[in-house]
Design a protein around this ligand. Structure first.
Ligand code: NAD
Length: 362
């Protein structure tokens, strides 16, 4: 009989909404993990953490006592915090967006090489059972020609007035936040993770409206009355070197009644379409609907129903093997570099929100 595997000793870095709501409860409930400490500089957020070792800074972590740091801090701190951990030889799992530009990706890749510890990442949407069923169906519909990705919320600006809507700390708006998930979720049906053409537009009709805040996201709150300077909506059109096109629409808020995620894959022999609601929105579709359309007939395809948030548990199920696999080195940061490079190109092609406002005013 083989000895039972030792749990992965984890430090959670950041006890904000995602740390508190997504990661800590699932890590504590998972038999493959042991939470050994929580790092949180904000005294109130630290005091809200369950009993255990509470630290104020990542420098207080003893590398000998941890196997993995789960990093769930505001976006602009992902790369600096992960870099410090990697350089001390501590493996990290970094929330999306892993970094805010290609230069940060390169610094993280160097820290992973120099520190000898692996960087892991990945967005949870890929681990949804309905997304897996969509890709299985699409694989039977011949070569993929086009992928249509849309995540449109009725109301869902996260923590409006806080760092999420401040470009200098968030790196962008709905595109960085939701677009990262969608592009990652589409990956298995695309012939390439690179795009030869990327063009897009952004708009901000709701981000400062005050009534469009996400009901389920409890923080961060307004920062001294600051108003947001990021987009609430981004639209893009991308083409892979092999000629597969992707249209993308992400909205934190809109005129729609319900928060809806729709992924449609056009193959040579038919179309596969998934309608559901990604994430933790309370204004959601009750389940997922998958269809196949061929020769003018649309038929439902059975799709597994699972409790909200199951994809995060599945992501945790997969992490220990990725942590110990030498082939993981360089993989996640390579994927993150391509992703942020694509997002940077889309932003570069779009007229920025402040310029749109200036043109309208005069
Ligand atoms: N995967 C998902 O579905 C998902 C969902 C929500 C948020 N997120 C990501 O999680 C991250 C955090 O989002 P949030 O909503 O929890 O934000 P938040 O502001 O609620 O929480 C961030 C926490 O990090 C703490 N912090 C700041 N600097 C720190 C440091 N140096 N070390 C440790 N902690 C530090 C803050 O005090 C705060 O408590 C973001 O990157 C966001 O994109 C991912």
């Amino acid at each position: 009989m083989s000895a039972p595997e030792r749990p992965v000793r984890v430090v959670l870095v950041g006890h904000g909404w995602a740390g508190r709501t997504i990661w800590l409860p699932r890590l504590r409930a998972h038999p493959r993990y042991e939470v050994v400490a929580v790092v949180e500089p904000d005294p109130a957020a630290r005091a809200a953490a369950p009993a255990g070792r509470l630290l104020a800074d990542v420098t207080e972590i003893d590398p000998a006592e941890v196997d993995l740091a789960v990093v769930a801090v505001p976006n602009h701190l992902h790369a600096p915090v992960a870099e410090r951990l990697l350089r001390r030889g501590i493996p990290v799992f970094v929330e999306k967006p892993v970094c805010l530009n290609v230069a940060e990706a390169d610094r993280l890749a160097a820290a992973e090489r120099d520190g000898g510890a692996v960087l892991l990442a990945g967005s949870a949407a890929r681990y949804r059972a309905d997304v897996a069923a969509l890709h299985e169906l699409a694989a039977r519909l011949g070569p993929v020609r086009h992928v249509d990705l849309a995540w449109v919320r009725a109301r869902g600006v996260p923590g409006s007035g806080g760092w999420f809507t401040d470009r200098s700390r968030a790196g962008g708006g709905a595109l960085v936040d939701l677009g990262w998930h969608l592009l990652d979720a589409a990956g298995p049906s695309l012939d390439s993770a690179e795009f030869s053409q990327v063009v897009g537009s952004v708009s901000a009709d709701f981000v400062n409206s005050g009534t469009r805040r996400a009901a389920w996201h409890t923080g961060p709150g307004p920062d001294g009355g600051a108003s947001g300077d990021v987009e609430d909506t981004a639209r893009g059109f991308l083409v892979t070197p092999g000629g597969v096109s992707v249209s993308l629409r992400v909205s934190w808020a809109s005129h729609e009644a319900r928060d809806t995620t729709r992924l449609t894959i056009d193959g040579e022999a038919g179309t596969a379409a998934l309608t559901c609601t990604f994430g933790f929105s309370t204004n959601r579709w009750p389940g997922s609907a998958l269809t196949r359309t061929r020769h003018g007939v649309t038929a439902p395809v059975p799709v597994p129903d699972e409790p909200i948030g199951t994809e995060y548990v599945r992501q945790l199920d997969a992490l220990p093997a990725r942590l110990s696999d030498p082939a993981s080195r360089g993989r996640a940061i390579g994927q993150a570099r391509r992703m942020i490079g694509t997002i940077e190109r889309l932003y570069a092609s779009a007229l920025p929100v402040p310029l749109q406002e200036a043109r309208r005013a005069g």
